[in-house]
Design a protein around this ligand. Structure first.
Ligand code: PEP
Ligand code: CO
Length: 444
C-alpha cells in the first residue's frame, strides 16, 4: 500500500482532538509545512547508526526528560539543568558500561500527551482533558481546554528555541571535561552520592590527561558531545507537517525530532500512528506494556521495519516492577525467533505510577530500581541484553517521586510538585539511579 505523510488520515486515530475551526487549523498546518526543519536527516541517520551499535551491545542508550514539557519551562535554567543532569548521568554510565553512551532527551517537542479519559469533571463541570501544551491549556475553563491549533505553532517555536540553546551548550564547552565547574553537582555537599560521583569524574579526567600526555593531542572531541531529541509521535498533524523528502536521500524524514516513539495507547496495527511511522526513515521507539502479545509485536515489527534496518527499532518495555518476569521473556523470545535484533530498553517509570491518599501521582524509587534489576536479569538469562534506559526526570529539585537516598516521603510531595502529567525523578534521584545502573553494569 502506498504511503505518504498524510496517508494516516484514512485510518482510525486514537487520542486525537477535534479542532473547532478547520480553517484556522489548515492555516497553521500550512505554515508549519513551510518553516525550516528542527533537525536534519544527517543527524537522524547518525543516531540510527549509533542505535544499531547499541543493539549490537557496543553502546548504551540514555533517554530521559520530562513526561510533558511545558511552554512555561522553556527557560534557560531549566533547559541547562536538564542537559547537565543528562550529561552527568551519561558520564557515570560511560564509566560503568565502558561503552559510548548515546544521549537522547525527551525534549524539544515532548508537548502532546495521551490521556486515559477524554474528559475531566470537577465540581459538576465536565471539560475536555488537558492533552499537553501543544493541544490545549491546563486551566480548567472551557476556553482553555478547547483545542487551539495556534498552540502547534507555539510548540514548534518553543522546540526550536530549546534545541537552539541545547545545541549551543553542547557545542560550546558546556560538555568540556576540562571545565570541572560545569560537571560539578549543584547541591554538592548535601548530595548523598557526591563522593562516588566525584571519584568517577576524577578518574575520567585523569584518563583524559593521561591520553593527552602520551599522544600530545588535546582532543577537540572531548569539548563537544552529541545530543539527540525524541518525543512521542502522537499529534500526527504536527508530525506530518514537518515530514519531508530531503535532497539526495530516498524516503521521507520526520524532521521535528531525531527519534519519535509510538506510545502504548496508539500502537494498533491498523491505526493511524503505525501507518504514519512506518513510512518515515527515523529510528523509532515502540513502548511495550504487559498487554503486548508476541503476535502483535511480531506484526508491528513486520509493518514498521520490513527491511530489518539496523538501528531502526528500539523496544521500550514498561511492565512495572514485579511484572517483568511474566511479560518480558515471551516478547524477547518472539523477537529472537524472528531473527531480529532490536535495541531493548527499560522504561521503569510508566508501569510504576500510583496515587497517594492526598491525590498525588507518584512513583517509588525502590520500584523503579526493582524493574531495572528485573529487566537486566531477564535479558541476561535469555542471552539477550538490555541496551538502554528511559527515564522521566528533571534537572531540578522537585519532589514528585518518593524514596532515594534522601528518603523523600509522601508528606514531602507537596513541597515542589510541579509536573504537568507524570512524576519525574529529581536531580539527585536521577543521578543516584545512574550510579546504581553503572554499578550493576560494572559487575556484569
Ligand atoms: C510517556 O512516555 O509519557 C507515556 C505516556 O508512556 P506510555 O505510552 O508507555 O504509557
Ligand atoms: Co509519562
Amino acid at each position: 500500500m502506498t504511503w505518504n505523510p498524510d496517508s494516516w488520515q484514512a485510518r482510525a486515530a486514537q487520542q486525537q482532538v477535534q479542532y473547532p475551526d478547520p480553517t484556522a487549523l489548515a492555516k497553521v498546518v500550512d505554515e508549519m509545512r513551510r518553516l525550516p526543519p528542527l533537525v536534519t536527516s544527517w543527524e537522524v541517520e547518525s543516531l540510527r547508526e549509533q542505535l544499531a551499535r547499541a543493539a549490537r551491545g557496543e553502546a548504551f542508550l540514555l533517554q530521559g526528560g520530562d513526561c510533558a514539557e511545558s511552554f512555561d519551562d522553556c527557560r534557560p535554567d531549566a533547559i541547562a539543568a536538564k542537559l547537565k543532569i543528562l550529561m552527568q548521568m551519561s558520564l557515570v554510565l560511560v564509566h560503568g558500561t565502558r561503552r559510548p553512551v548515546i544521549r537522547v532527551g525527551r525534549i524539544a517537542g515532548q508537548y502532546a500527551k495521551p490521556r486515559s479519559a477524554d474528559t475531566e469533571t470537577k465540581g459538576g463541570v465536565t471539560l475536555p482533558s488537558y492533552r499537553g501544551d501543544i493541544v490545549n491549556r491546563e486551566a480548567f475553563t472551557e476556553s482553555d481546554r478547547t483545542p487551539d491549533p495556534v498552540l502547534m505553532l507555539r510548540g514548534y517555536e518553543r522546540a526550536a528555541l530549546t534545541l537552539n540553546f541545547v545545541r549551543a551548550l553542547a557545542d560550546g564547552g558546556f560538555a568540556d571535561l576540562h571545565h570541572p565547574e560545569y560537571w560539578d553537582i549543584s547541591f554538592a555537599d548535601g548530595a548523598h552520592h557526591a563522593l562516588e560521583y566525584r571519584r568517577i569524574v576524577d578518574q575520567i579526567r585523569e584518563s583524559i590527561s593521561f591520553v593527552t600526555a602520551i599522544t600530545g593531542m588535546d582532543s577537540a572531541l572531548l569539548k563537544r558531545v552529541d545530543f539527540f531529541t525524541s518525543h512521542e509521535g502522537l499529534a500526527l498533524l504536527y508530525e506530518a507537517a514537518q515530514t519531508r523528502a530531503v535532497p539526495r536521500r530516498p524516503g521521507f524524514y520526520n524532521l521535528s525530532t531525531h527519534m519519535p516513539w509510538i506510545g502504548m495507547r496508539t500502537a494498533q496495527l491498523d491505526g493511524a500512528h503505525v501507518e504514519f511511522h512506518r513510512g518515515i526513515q527515523n529510528p523509532l521507539g515502540i513502548k511495550i506494556g504487559p498487554a503486548m502479545t508476541a503476535e502483535w509485536l511480531t506484526e508491528l515489527l513486520g509493518a514498521l521495519d520490513p527491511e530489518r534496518v539496523p538501528g531502526r527499532i528500539t523496544l521500550i518495555a514498561r511492565m512495572g516492577a514485579g511484572n517483568v518476569g511474566e511479560h518480558l521473556p515471551r516478547l524477547v523470545e518472539a523477537v529472537k525467533k524472528m531473527g531480529r535484533r532490536p535495541l531493548w530498553v527499560c522504561d521503569p517509570m510508566h508501569g510504576n505510577t500510583e496515587s497517594t491518599p492526598q491525590g498525588y501521582k507518584t512513583r517509588r524509587f525502590d520500584k523503579i530500581l526493582a524493574e531495572l534489576e528485573e529487566s537486566f536479569a531477564v535479558h541476561e538469562s535469555l542471552g539477550s541484553s538490555l541496551g538502554g534506559v528511559h527515564f522521566e526526570m528533571t534537572g531540578e529539585d522537585v519532589t514528585e517521586c518518593v524514596g532515594g537516598a534522601r528518603g523523600l516521603v509522601e508528606a514531602d510531595l507537596e513541597r515542589a510538585y510541579r509536573t504537568r502529567v507524570d512524576p519525574r525523578l529529581n536531580y539527585e534521584q536521577a543521578l543516584e539511579l545512574a550510579l546504581l545502573v553503572a554499578r550493576h553494569l560494572r559487575k556484569g
